[in-house]
Design a protein around this ligand. Structure first.
Ligand code: UP5
Ligand code: MG
Length: 190
């Protein structure tokens, strides 16, 4: 008999909207496994894998890594995990990403979170982060915002039309914002 499909949440939002920060809180409270697409790609850069240089050059420019590469990395994590509940953070970035995930993983998300944050707030957060990310500079940040608006917005609209989208006001303290996230996961717990 086939195993029950895993419970998948996609976590979307512009650069610096607080996806990673809120994912940590969700993990603490609800025990989902956190998979950040950006972190998986940065790990390829750090490990100098065959795609490492290509990924570095795209991320430096705020561009989107080919779907095949990102989906394969996510697939490896899903298949090697004992968890049945996942938070996939920062993916899908494009309609093409979304279709590639459906084709390769053969799964759909149960929940899609969208952290909605004004651009000036996202810029402020990213430029204040100071963790040495090669894309945390004003030039790349402007490109990231442009690509987010052009390519990720259609994905957000797609899930809105499917009735799976939960839009969260991402302004306020980390705890304020988490208060809006809590009831969403509580409603899926029973
Ligand atoms: N912070 C968080 N919450 C705050 C709050 N409420 N008030 C004040 N400050 C707050 O937060 C950003 C910063 O703000 C942190 O310093 C935090 O402490 C503070 P964070 O939680 O890190 O926000 P997040 O949305 O995760 O921001 P991030 O920069 O990670 O978003 P991106 O979407 O830009 O980055 P990601 O790693 O997902 O992608 C990077 C690049 O990888 C992309 O540009 C692209 O080139 C590539 N990529 C792909 O090609 N394909 C993919 O599928 C994924 C990525
Ligand atoms: Mg992040």
């Amino acid at each position: 008999p086939k195993e029950k499909a895993p419970f998948i949440t996609f976590v979307l939002g512009g650069p610096g909207s607080g996806k990673g920060t809120q994912c940590e809180k969700i993990v603490e409270t609800f025990g989902l496994q956190h998979l950040s697409a950006g972190d998986l790609l940065r790990r390829e850069i750090a490990m100098h894998t065959e795609n490492g240089d290509m990924i570095l050059n795209l991320i430096k420019d705020g561009k989107i890594v080919p779907s095949e590469v990102t989906v394969k990395l996510i697939q490896k994590e899903l298949e090697s995990s004992d968890s049945r509940k996942f938070l996939i953070d920062g993916f899908p970035r494009t309609e093409e990403n979304r279709v590639a995930f459906e084709r390769i993983i053969r799964a759909d998300p149960d929940v899609v979170l969208f952290f909605d944050c004004p651009e000036e707030e996202m810029v402020k957060r990213v430029l204040n982060r100071n963790q040495g990310r090669i894309d945390d500079n004003i030039t790349t940040m402007k490109k990231r915002l442009k690509i987010f608006n052009a390519l990720n917005r259609p994905v957000i609209d797609y899930y809105k039309n499917k009735g799976k989208l939960y839009t969260i006001n991402a302004v306020g303290t980390v705890d304020d914002i988490f208060q809006h996230v809590l009831p969403i996961f509580n409603s899926f717990e029973q």
